[in-house]
Design a protein around this ligand. Sequence first.
Ligand SMILES: [Zn+2]
Length: 172
Amino acid sequence: MTKPENPRGVELSSKQMKEGDVIVNKWDPRVKYAWATGEAISRFLEEMKNGKLIARKCDSCDRILFPPRMFCEECFKPTTEWVYIKDTGKIETYSISYLDKDARRITDPIFVGVVSIDGASEKMGIMHYFDETTKEDIHIGMPVKAVWKPPEEREGAITDIKYFRPLKEGEE
Ligand SMILES: [Zn+2]
């Protein structure tokens, strides 16, 4: 038996594809996905629609988990109770980004980062946008509050909160 010259085969160039050197078959797939978000995140997203943030309590280690989950990752016990928490929090970490969400360059930066929510246990952060602030003012530990979309525009998504803005003096 003779050994093939290149056992791994030959790469095809896009030129060969375009010019019909090889058989090409084109079609537009109709791709649709659906998946279950699970018990904890389903309720979390339902409550987002109502403009509320909900967490789960773990009785075993006495922590409030947010985003909610049915099992505690710390002590591996099932969580026990639903708890509403506030829509205020503190900036845990942030980035000043000169790229928008589609990675296009922008002149006015956007602020993205992690916010830990008041009422949840420490370091229970979610990623979100920060706005109504400047790159000079934004800082770690800055108290912030959620800015919600109007109720009729909410769809049960994390983007039902448009962004977090600085908490005003005397505001809760
Ligand atoms: Zn626990």
